[in-house]
Ligand binder design. Structure first.
Ligand code: COA
Length: 182
């Protein structure tokens, strides 16, 4: 698999404006900058950004997931509209999946608008399956699909292509968690 010129890392306060801007062009309704900031301090929140390897400052995409127990809930996720169809969305989710497997999570769950064909295609290509339709899930009344990925099954089928290096792994193993690492 071609290596992307980008890597994931935990988000920091300096990333909030760029993340909120991408979210505003991507998701309905978008989150406020303060909602993203709040995720930086929540103990069970995994708020990561994908940045360019050259400067580490260009935010290509992000996700916020919450993992209070053994089920991870993907809360919001987007790729900069100018950077789509380059594999960044798939890369972000693959990193989330591998991280969740390493953390011994059982499943990953998310909701998506029925009309959101690009996201649905991406989730299904990664093995997510629809478990139910939730009527009127969104504030404008649109229905949503609830999708799940069982991570035990995924562990058995993970390919060598999906090699994963955990952001901040060395420091965490030394007991020195990087700032904002949840
Ligand atoms: C969904 C989203 C994150 C995908 O990001 P991306 O970086 O463009 O996705 P990738 O390039 O990694 O594409 C991965 C797969 O997604 C699917 N996909 C992506 N864009 C698509 C499109 N416009 N139409 C159909 N399928 C699409 C394809 O299966 C694609 O695989 P392929 O390139 O081998 O065909 C991006 O479109 C986005 O930010 N959308 C707005 C926010 C959003 O919908 N978030 C999810 C909320 S639940």
């Amino acid at each position: 698999m071609k290596k992307l010129p980008a890597s994931v890392r935990p988000a920091s306060v300096d990333d909030i404006d760029a993340v909120a801007k991408i979210d505003a062009q991507s998701n309905r309704p978008p989150w406020s900058p303060s909602a993203f900031s709040a995720e930086l301090t929540k103990p069970h929140s995994w708020f990561w950004v994908l940045t360019d390897d050259e400067t580490d400052t260009q935010i290509l995409g992000f996700f916020v997931a919450s993992a209070p127990d053994r089920q991870v809930h993907l809360q919001t996720f987007a790729v900069n509209s100018k950077e789509r169809r380059k594999g960044y969305g798939r890369h972000l989710l693959q990193q989330l999946i591998h991280f969740a497997i390493r953390r011994k999570m059982e499943s990953l769950i998310l909701e998506v608008r029925k009309s959101n064909e690009p996201a649905l295609q991406l989730y299904q290509s990664l093995g997510f399956v629809v478990i139910r339709v939730q009527e009127g899930l969104y504030p404008d009344g649109e229905d949503g699909y609830v999708l799940i990925l069982k991570l035990e099954e995924r562990t058995r089928t993970t390919s060598a292509e999906d090699q994963f290096s955990e952001p901040g792994a060395e420091t965490e193993e030394n007991g020195n968690r990087p700032k904002n690492y949840h």
